[in-house]
Design a protein around this ligand. Structure first.
Ligand code: NAD
Length: 437
């Protein structure tokens, strides 16, 4: 589906980082922190938040969720090499899976050779749904709702003057009759521009306020009043075009790799079994940044997969094609309901540092980076799958995890991992017996 995309902000962003941190992989964690610090100007406090104690205090955790008993830590890494809309970006990623950050950095390095990623984000319009049943005359109900559109939007706006002052607020009211297993229902959509928020609270509050008004207008009975996670007015789009020769890899020519990637796309486009795994690879990158910035990754997941099934058949979120002039062109489009304010984004100290590292100043800029990371992740996976397979690259990191799971500590982790790779058997029982020896 082609959509017209508008960028939220074209203003220059700060700070100016160089994301091409050569040799970053080989540094110690302290050295990496120092490199990131010099690039984006982190304070001592921000370094402490990243380096120790996970940023989040127990007290704060207790204020965030019910029945808190502790904290749950995940590794936070930095994907290097990203250029998004001409700007170098260091990308913080929170993820437990090996190879993801390396894959994103590798694909971003391939992309940067031809200028990096171009990305756009729609205006941040979210949909709130209000369900009404027991209607005497459903079609008269639609007319009554639409005739009161302006008044309903004004009621919604009165609830959130902060949002309206920032240029956001209600943007439209839509109504339709839905046939369901329990008879016809009137479904009203309230469209709200939520600016730099994810928007769930703002939209839900407005839906609850409008429900009794809609009941009075239509004679129906309101039930559900909540946002839709299929945020298809709030799409983000990323594109990368890579000269095929840059893709050459071991015995594979660039053209062979590009052909393999195009065939992989065709497979995913036609087959939901493959599309699910293709999209999982995209979400490896998307979720890791969403999580690092304190955003709601369940909301993003729900929206992405619903969008992937919008035609009635679940399909690939990305497309890859050879343009016939020596370039491989990748596109990714998905709904991204992300905030730089609200939810945990301003409450979780690590999320604040993550946003600072990226240098994004609006939810739209964040969505542009996240979509670019999703596309890079997809490229890394397809390049490996279309050539040597993913296991070779994955195994070294996987072997380290297996060694740790077997109880290896310190230098034993690498020693046992290397021995398992050499012996072509990476299993926990093998790691245990090596450890015992
Ligand atoms: P929020 O209510 O914490 O913050 C949004 C509010 O911040 C706005 O309404 C506005 O008044 C104010 N604000 C200040 N500066 C702003 C700016 N620059 N742009 C926009 N608003 C600004 O957060 P939210 O985004 O409405 O809600 C997000 C939370 O809701 C997440 O924690 C999410 O997990 C949760 N949630 C999700 C769902 C769902 O996805 N189905 C449902 C319920 C709740």
């Amino acid at each position: 589906m082609m959509v017209t995309l508008k960028s939220i902000s074209r203003a220059p962003m700060t700070p100016k980082a160089n994301s091409r941190l050569s040799g970053f992989y080989d540094l110690t964690i302290q050295e990496r922190l120092a490199r990131v610090r010099e690039q984006v100007g982190l304070t001592d406090d921000e370094i402490r938040i990243l380096g120790e104690g996970m940023g989040l205090s127990l007290d704060r955790a207790g204020a965030m969720v019910e029945n808190a008993v502790g904290l749950y830590a995940l590794p936070l890494g930095i994907a290097t090499n990203f250029v998004v809309n001409g700007r170098d970006v260091l990308v913080p990623m929170a993820i437990e899976e090996p190879s993801v950050i390396a894959g994103a950095s590798l694909a971003a390095r391939l992309g940067r050779q031809s200028g990096g990623f171009t990305a756009e984000a729609d205006d941040p319009i979210m949909i709130g749904q209000i369900q009404l049943v027991d209607l005497q005359d459903p079609y008269a109900a639609i007319e009554a709702v639409l005739a009161s559109k302006e008044r309903l939007m004004a009621l919604a706006n009165a609830l959130d003057p902060v949002l309206v002052d920032l240029g956001g607020g209600a943007r439209g009211i839509q109504a339709r009759i839905l046939s369901t297993a329990k008879g016809p229902m009137l479904i009203v959509h309230l469209l709200v521009d939520v600016r730099d928020a994810m928007g769930a609270n703002a939209v839900n509050t407005a839906c609850e306020r409008l429900a009794p008004e809609l009941a009075a207008l239509t004679g129906g009975t309101p039930y559900l009043r909540i946002l839709s996670n299929l945020a298809d007015h709030r799409l983000a789009h990323a594109r990368v075009a890579i000269p095929e020769e840059v893709l050459a890899f071991e015995a594979f020519t660039g053209a062979q790799v590009a052909e393999g990637i195009e065939l992989a796309w065709a497979f995913a486009a036609a087959d939901p079994y493959r599309a699910a795994t293709n999209n999982k690879g995209i979400m490896n990158g998307v979720d890791a940044v969403v999580l690092a910035t304190g955003n709601d990754w369940r909301a993003v997941e729900a929206g992405a997969h619903a969008y992937a099934a919008r035609s009635g058949q679940y399909t690939s979120l990305s497309t890859w094609r050879r343009d016939g002039a020596g370039m491989l062109v990748g596109d990714l489009e998905l709904p991204l309901a992300l905030g730089t304010v609200g939810g945990a984004t301003r409450v979780h100290p690590t999320a604040q540092v993550a946003l600072k590292i990226m240098g994004v100043r609006s939810a739209g800029e964040l969505a542009q980076v996240v979509a670019s990371v999703g596309l890079a992740q997809n490229l890394a996976a397809l390049r490996a799958l279309a050539t040597e397979g993913i296991q070779k690259g994955h195994m070294a990191l996987h072997a380290r995890q297996v060694a740790m799971a077997a109880g290896a500590l310190g230098p034993d982790i690498d020693r046992i991992a290397e021995a398992m790779i050499e012996g072509h058997t990476i299993r926990i029982d093998v790691a245990r017996s090596m450890l015992n020896q």
